[in-house]
Write a protein that binds this ligand. Structure first.
Ligand code: ATP
Ligand code: MG
Length: 362
């Protein structure tokens, strides 16, 4: 009768490399809870995000490694779970409302109307659907669109003492100035009032544990963007563009702004890239591949192309982001893939930041 040891299991799994992090899963401390029962082996692999696009690949590699290196094994059972990583310097800071928020991500653009809010809403819901704890801050004080996009126009958040409880919809906790004052009131606010409203969204809202807190920024590279980027430790930013040359030129401005304030760009996403014809062909009205080329030129991750589609616009107007309204549609799947790529970039960033920290401490 074979006598498989935990050591054998670990040694076999040292051959499984986490492709994004470039190290084996044992030294990355991702293997937990090894159980050996005669010829049967079971263990848990803890990924860096539930939205990991390599989940199946890693699982298969684990099974293959065990079978290859431990000949006597019969059953291999791998449970895949996730514990989202963080490099947030505010993590666990007493009295800080963002202390339990693992990653803060801004969605911005150089130009208005390119679909930031649509992208922010769909990425947030997609991450929640993939199993993450997600929050969304509508940082567009003059033109909040999150209440409309989630069908929450007449909702008011509950107040608890001096704090606000975010409204939850489709698994995402969210706050918007649109929940608090009517559109006309905010329009007459001055810069400092806007900054303080935004600060309150971070300090006086009960966020609790979140894996990802997404900020839907107003267009451009002005004061609000600067306040935000300077007052919170953003993990990074997603820059949204459309394929027209002018929009691409504006992206360069947005990238430069984030670079000036030392916020890493987690990815570029091209929205309204093409029109999907009823027969399935893609009509690239403004030319193909502009966003991807720009990303490559600036050495930025490319999160994908989202087509121009009536259903996406309808979803926004009806309060049902496309990933909820029609999850099986091509558009929804593209948003899901973009969300996975974003989560992947965050995990890569965090691994880099954490290993740097260890080096400094050593
Ligand atoms: N892929 C898409 N297909 C069709 N319509 C879209 C798509 N993306 C966004 N839209 C629509 O375009 C309009 C602008 O989108 P959205 O409000 O998301 O842009 P924005 O960049 O946040 O704008 P602002 O700069 O005003 O904040 C909305 O009506 C939205 O529904
Ligand atoms: Mg917007």
């Amino acid at each position: 009768m074979a006598n498989i040891t935990e050591r054998q299991v670990l040694d076999a799994l040292r051959n499984v490399i986490e492709p994004d992090l470039g190290r084996d899963i044992v030294s990355l401390n991702m293997v937990k809870n090894i159980r050996i029962d005669g010829e049967n082996v079971a263990f848990t692999v803890v990924l860096t995000t539930p939205a990991c696009p390599l989940k199946d690949l890693i699982k298969n590699a684990c099974v293959n490694a065990i079978r290859h290196f431990i000949k006597e094994v019969k059953d291999v059972s791998v449970e895949m779970t996730a514990n989202v990583t963080t490099a947030n310097p505010m993590a666990n800071q007493a009295g800080n409302a963002l202390a339990k928020v693992k990653n803060l991500v801004a969605v911005g653009s150089g130009k208005g109307g390119v679909g930031k809010s649509t992208v922010a809403a769909n990425l947030a819901v997609a991450l929640a659907q993939l199993g993450a704890k997600v929050g969304l801050i509508d940082a567009d004080i003059y033109g909040p669109s999150i209440p409309t996009m989630f069908g929450l126009k007449n909702e008011k958040p509950a107040v608890m003492g001096k704090t606000l409880i975010p409204i939850e919809r489709f698994g995402v906790k969210m706050i918007s100035i649109g929940f608090l004052v009517d559109a006309k009131t905010a329009v007459v606010w001055r810069g400092p009032m806007i900054s303080s409203a935004l600060r309150q969204f971070m300090s006086d809202v009960v966020w609790n544990d979140l894996d990802y807190l997404i900020f839907d920024l107003p267009p451009g590279t002005g004061d609000i963007q600067l306040t935000l980027t300077q007052s919170v430790p953003l993990t990074g930013a997603v820059v949204v563009t459309t394929p027209q040359d002018v929009a691409l030129a504006d992206v360069i401005k947005a990238v430069a702004m984030f670079e000036t304030v030392k916020v890493p760009i987690l990815g570029v996403i091209e929205n309204m890239s093409y029109y999907l014809l009823p027969d399935g062909t893609k009509e690239y009205i403004f030319g193909e591949g502009g966003g991807a080329r720009l990303a490559a030129e600036y050495n930025l991750p490319f999160l994908g192309e989202i087509p121009l589609a009536k259903e996406v616009r309808q979803g926004g107007d009806e309060g049902l982001p496309i990933v909820v309204r029609n999850p099986e549609s091509e558009h929804a799947k593209l948003f899901m893939r973009a969300a996975e790529k974003l989560a992947q970039q965050i995990a890569i960033r965090n691994a880099g930041a954490l290993s740097q920290k260890v080096e400094i401490e050593l």
